[in-house]
Design a protein. Structure first.
Ligand SMILES: Cc1cc2nc3c(=O)[nH]c(=O)nc-3n(C[C@H](O)[C@H](O)[C@H](O)COP(=O)(O)OP(=O)(O)OC[C@H]3O[C@@H](n4cnc5c(N)ncnc54)[C@H](O)[C@@H]3O)c2cc1C
Length: 471
């Protein structure tokens, strides 16, 4: 339904000229999804500068049944922030660091703060905010919360659910829930913040958060491991974990194909080993105390694991540059895949004890259908999260390969489910995984979600058509 002039006028009077954009050229970049898969439309782009403005905008939209799509940095991979008409509510002007409390080890922020700015503010107080993603220079903490973002340090610090103590949320009818409590103990009924974390803007707009801070690590050690097979690699991981506990801050696995294509296509990167191995892992340990002798302890343990055959080869990073290059190997994997033609990608998780079986069995099933498909299965194995990516066979053209997409998606997602895993480990549902939501979360789970949605958003104005499929 097109907006009336009176509605537009009311919206403009709430947010002022700076926050009210109808110029189509100015709006255009906000309508594109980061990977170019979704193109949105909206009637107006609203950029509120305070929680009160968000509240007044939502109250008005609720009264007039106008859909509202919250948007952070628009870096999400599932089309969740892409509107289909109505109001696009971009939070970028709500970007104040409200408070930092080093003794309580918390920082209180507006939802539109860029993740990197929060990390930097924490660092300037000699503290660490550990969420770290490749999109950290542009994603916002509100988007990180709404997608329960994970990143590369989940193993030690957890994901956004674990990093959040309190929230401020504007409900669809404009009421403000002030839950900005920086408490580690608060047993006062239902823990409401978890309703909004991971809800992808379907239940309300997050406007502020109290986040946990940690001591800055005083020492970090990074190494690269070559392994003969995924079973030995994961068993080796368990050994490392039993020795180093929470000092083990990352364990990222990569297959031979992934390392090969990164070395082939990415400027300044090469295979650091002189021999090829079927599997690799980037391992990082960090300690909050400077005197833990982390390096000799790691070297001794790795030597032992090498002797026992868990690992085939090990390279310790001798310099910060070398450590960064090990990480770049891992982080360039998606980019390198673009040079190898089309890819079919999945973001799944399974229990750690099932990773090796899941990868082996699912890999066989894919190769039964496409014998020359090239598997680029890498990821945050320490948290059970695998990016199960498939690159097109060299001899096959792109349309033919992509015609297998539904079949391959089904295999990977069904196998994740069979292993009691998840078809969406860290990127969420958005509009891209609605079918899977129905398939794998149907029954009582989806019914509970639907009834929560109906209760909080009876007019279905918040990000309609995302996350929770209509019955
Ligand atoms: C290069 C790259 C690497 C990435 N790596 C990771 C990774 O390692 N781990 C990971 O988890 N993700 C990763 N992502 C995905 C993405 O960056 C995250 O999902 C991020 O948390 C999204 O933040 P955003 O501000 O861009 O949100 P947006 O994309 O703008 O929005 C995402 C969803 O959140 C909702 N939303 C946004 N702000 C609010 C708010 N204030 N209140 C309510 N709802 C809101 C939107 O409606 C939408 O549904 C990566 C993305 C890129 C481009």
């Amino acid at each position: 339904m097109p907006f009336s002039a009176a509605t537009l006028q009311s919206l403009q009077s709430i947010v002022g000229e700076k926050g009210f954009i109808t110029d189509t050229k100015e709006i255009a970049p906000f309508l594109e999804e980061s990977r170019g898969r979704f193109h949105g439309t909206c009637d107006v782009l609203i950029k509120p500068a305070s929680t009160k403005e968000v509240s007044e905008v939502l109250a008005l939209c609720n009264d007039e049944d106008i859909p509202v799509v919250p948007q952070g940095g628009n870096t999400g991979h599932c089309g969740g922030a892409v509107p289909k008409g109505g109001v696009l509510l971009n939070l970028s002007r709500l970007n104040r660091i409200r408070d930092i409390d080093p003794l309580n080890a918390t920082i209180t922020v507006d939802a539109g703060c860029i993740l990197k700015d929060i990390q930097d503010t924490a660092k300037s107080a000699d503290m660490l905010f550990p969420l770290s993603l490749a999109s950290e220079g542009s994603c916002q903490i509100g988007g990180n919360l709404a997608t329960n973002a994970g990143g590369i340090q989940v193993l030690r610090y957890g994901n956004m659910r674990d990093l959040t103590l309190g929230l401020e949320v504007v409900l669809p009818d404009g009421r403000i829930w002030k839950g900005l409590r920086g408490l580690r103990k608060d047993n006062t009924g239902y823990d409401l913040k978890h309703l909004f974390i991971g809800a992808e803007g379907t239940l309300g707009v997050i406007t502020g958060a109290v986040l946990k801070l940690f001591p800055h690590p005083k020492e970090t050690q990074t190494c690269l491991i070559g392994a003969a097979d995924i079973y030995q690699l994961m068993d080796g991981y368990a050994q490392l974990r039993s020795v180093f506990g929470s000092d083990l801050s990352a364990f990222e696995i990569m297959p031979r194909f992934g390392v090969e294509i990164v070395a082939k296509h990415m400027e300044g990167l090469r295979d650091p080993f002189t021999r090829a191995y079927p599997w690799y892992a980037v391992v990082e340990l960090s300690a909050s105390r400077p005197d833990t002798n982390l390096r000799p302890a790691l070297e001794e343990t790795l030597h032992h694991l090498l002797e026992q055959g868990f690992f085939q080869n090990i390279l310790m990073a001798e310099t910060i540059t070398q450590a960064e290059n090990f990480w770049r190997l891992r982080e360039s994997m998606s980019e390198a895949q673009k040079h190898e033609g089309a890819s079919i990608k999945h973001d799944v998780s399974v229990p750690l004890s099932k990773i090796a079986d899941f990868l082996t069995e699912t890999g066989h099933m894919i190769q039964n259908i496409l014998p020359d498909a090239r598997l680029c299965t890498f990821g945050h194995a320490g948290d059970g999260n695998i990016h199960f990516n498939i690159s097109q066979p060299v001899q096959m053209d792109k349309p033919e390969f992509l015609s297998h997409l539904p079949e391959l998606n089904q295999i990977v997602h069904e196998m994740a489910e069979r292993y009691h895993g998840s078809f969406s480990a860290e990127h969420g549902i958005g509009q891209i995984k609605m079918t899977e939501m129905e398939m794998f979360r149907g029954g009582s789970e989806l019914e509970i979600m639907r009834s929560l949605k109906r209760t909080l958003d009876p007019n279905n104005i918040m990000n309609p058509g995302k996350v929770v499929p209509a019955p």
